[in-house]
Write a protein that binds this ligand. Sequence first.
Ligand code: PEP
Ligand code: MG
Length: 572
Amino acid sequence: MSSLLKGIAASNGIAIAKAYRLVEPDLSFEKRTIENVDEEVSRFHKAVETSKSELEAIKDKAREDLGEDKAAIFEAHLLVLSDPELLSPIEDKVKTEKVNAEFALKETADMFIMMFEQMDNEYMKERAADIRDVTKRVLAHLLGVQVSNPSMVTEEVIIIAEDLTPSDTAQLNRQYVKGFTTDIGGRTSHSAIMARSMEIPAVVGTKTVTSTINNGDLIIVDGLNGEIHINPTEEVLDQYKQMALDYEKQKAEWAKLVNEKTVSKDGKHVELAANIGTPQDLEGVINNGGEGVGLYRTEFLYMGRDELPSEEEQFNSYKAVLQGMGDKPVVVRTLDIGGDKELPYLNLPKEMNPFLGYRAIRLCLDEQSIFRTQLRALLRASSFGNLKIMFPMISNLTEFREAKAILEEEKQKLQNEGTSVSEHIEIGIMVEIPSTAVLADVFAKEVDFFSIGTNDLIQYTMAADRMNEKVSYLYQPYNPAILRLVKMVIDAAHKEGKWAGMCGEMAGDEIAIPILLGLGLDEFSMSATSILKARSQIRLLDQKQMESLAQEVLQLDTNESVIETVKKYTNM
Ligand code: PEP
Ligand code: MG
């Protein structure tokens, strides 16, 4: 039967394909007494063998599609499955205690996991993670439950998941994954942001996709309106095929602006830059006419792997981006880990409020060797292009001064070593914490630029978790409280002769753009795929008129009244 679910439109476009559920399997079981222990041991062996051949296949595919370092993860899993120190105690337990293989496996594995996790040794902690993964796989085979594995799909699919972490998203195979939809998440969750840069239509925060959709159901992801159609009728299917065609036509229209400057109807130029996560995203920036990179989220370099990236590896990535952009500006943000972006190999303790915790610049100022390695890589790369460095999550001036002092120290060291470093690197901050927005006039005397991170600024100002679909109604970009903070930041920058940009998702939002243009924002940085649409919108707007609009909306009372006023003003 056909049905419809509503969610949050997270990435534009229409995708139609079969459902592929990426959900945690139910691996619960009962402890049982076994009569025929030989049969039970051989059942265990069979599950181990099946797991091994499955892992061999995954490893080969990972090597082909994702490279040697990803394949190494599965190689480590295979080693665990050949280790007699793990396998023999399980068999012994089945034989001597006459218990089922599931129970013997879980008890033994849990003992090893606990032992390794307590060791003060990174390598052993990683082995604990390997054992946990492998146990899950063998247990699934013993129980006859399927473990999903998106890297093995060989046909076009729509991924159905409770949630996707940014590193899950990074590993999606763009060739086969046509769209995704999740139970939880908001428009500014990092998986949603990545879906936009990968041009994969997505709808998040549906609350119920995993409990409603079965493997193989035909799914339409309507990333324009935030709708999911399950097993649609022929009529709905035809309607969506037409919508997909219309959207392609619209994109072809926007594409004509790829080499144009972004100028308002009355001649005011603003810069439209792109947010990227990896050097591979550069192609999208160029194809979409980006006038710079306004935010390079370097944390993706650190994710989906087992150890920190070396200085050399980072240097190569930064250099590639700088060279790829020629003389256009590239704003690189230093490591912003934490919140929904985790690095399991750092083994940071779980926190009650990760978005308010030990993250970003707080972690970097504490774990200075991580920070210094990144700064050195950046400084070395600086002579290959137009680099600007930006610190994330700055909440007070002391943090900025400390970060800048460390940067200066590393620069001095490199120069003493005879390495050339550009003398023209601007140093700025993300304004994404209300205390910094309020104190922008003071910051403006010391920083070279601001980039307003509305994704976080909105969640901290409204006290509404950006990931939580239950409070998404409070996540209000156009609330006059947010608009007034944005104005304070832009005015403070201009008063000191500095520039102000915005790299939160609001910068590419069609309701926000007229207001931001009116407030005098200098640089708008957004998902590359939003650039041409924004350019076509700005070309039709009169900047002077938008100044009046901005004045008017700053005096309004609610998010909704701002939306209404912008629509009226701009004939939307
Ligand atoms: C922001 O907070 O607006 C931002 C751009 O950073 P991130 O989305 O990576 O937190
Ligand atoms: Mg942020």
